[in-house]
Design a protein around this ligand. Structure first.
Ligand code: 76R
Length: 248
């Protein structure tokens, strides 16, 4: 019997990580830099209008450490929109001063492990708000991709639904104890990217990422089945902070 959890999907997600070529950026003349910044500023404005009309959402963060310098996290209704937006950005002058560090393609996902109630979940405004979330502009972001293990003795995908449900319940309980401190957005990426899920966490206190992820490591579903990719952590950027970051 197919015991796949049924999932609801919302907006598609692109996490676009870039590294700034500081040598080239510093070598550019003032006019070139000003033009590049203006173009970038226009993009930020366009993205914020999109957010106001609730047809998508974008968050911009600087990344700490050498994996990247900046991440644009975009949520849009379609993959076509994500592609158009990525291409438009690549055509900007600022993009010429960046290199691609990493990217992740996925789709906002809710699973039915903890589902309650009948009826069409998509008629529920609370469900829709989770499927099409306006990204928080918390001080910090933490992103990492993950899988659930498929080893002979520990194969998540061979477990009966009931076992998975009870482990996910325990997972959800830990998660809920961080309510108000950490906001999670789970994006599914089976068939879309190299890992099975993207985990994006937002918080005003970066230490809460450490505490939450550490606590979850002791919980069965993460302890036995969690496999993790690279972690990217960073600080929020608005137009002003971005300009400050790029001032040379
Ligand atoms: O969505 C819900 O609130 C219902 C409960 C819930 C589900 C179904 C939930 C709650 N998560 C769910 C699904 Mn989660 N989550 C992670 C990670 O680092 C690690 O060990 C794991 C990475 C974190 C930090 C986290 C946080 N969660 C999932 C899934 C899909 C699993 C599947 O379908 O098999 C993954 C991969 C995953 C991973 N989780 C919560 C949190 C937090 C903070 C919550 C509480 C959210 C809330 O109540 O608002």
């Amino acid at each position: 019997m197919n015991e796949a959890a049924s999932t609801l999907e919302g907006w598609y997600a692109l996490h676009d990580f870039r590294t700034i070529n500081w040598t080239a950026w510093k070598a550019a003349d003032d006019e070139e830099r000003a033009g590049a910044l203006e173009e970038l500023h226009n993009f930020l404005q366009e993205w914020s209008l999109m957010e106001q009309s609730k047809t998508g959402s974008t968050a911009v963060y600087s990344i700490v450490g050498q994996k990247a310098d900046i991440v644009f996290m975009h949520l849009r209704e379609t993959l076509e929109e994500l592609s158009a937006l990525e291409t438009a950005f690549n055509k900007t002058t600022f993009a010429e001063y960046t290199t691609k560090a990493y990217s992740y393609v996925s789709v906002v996902e809710l699973s039915n492990y903890m589902a309650s109630g009948d009826g069409d979940p998509k008629a529920n405004p609370e469900v829709m708000a989770r499927l099409q979330p306006i990204l928080p502009k918390s001080k910090h972001i933490c992103f990492y991709p993950m899988n659930k293990k498929r080893d002979l003795s520990d194969n998540w995908y061979m477990l009966p639904m009931e076992d998975r449900r009870s482990m996910m319940r325990s997972h959800g309980m830990i998660g809920r104890s961080y309510a108000g401190k950490v906001k999670q957005i789970i994006t599914g990426s089976v068939g879309l990217d190299d890992w099975e899920w993207g985990v994006t966490l937002f918080s005003d206190d970066a230490l809460q990422f450490k505490k939450l992820v550490y606590e979850m490591r002791f919980d069965e579903v993460s302890a036995r089945f969690g496999e993790f990719g690279g972690f990217y952590v960073g600080n929020v950027l608005d137009a002003e902070l971005l300009e400050e970051m790029l001032r040379v």
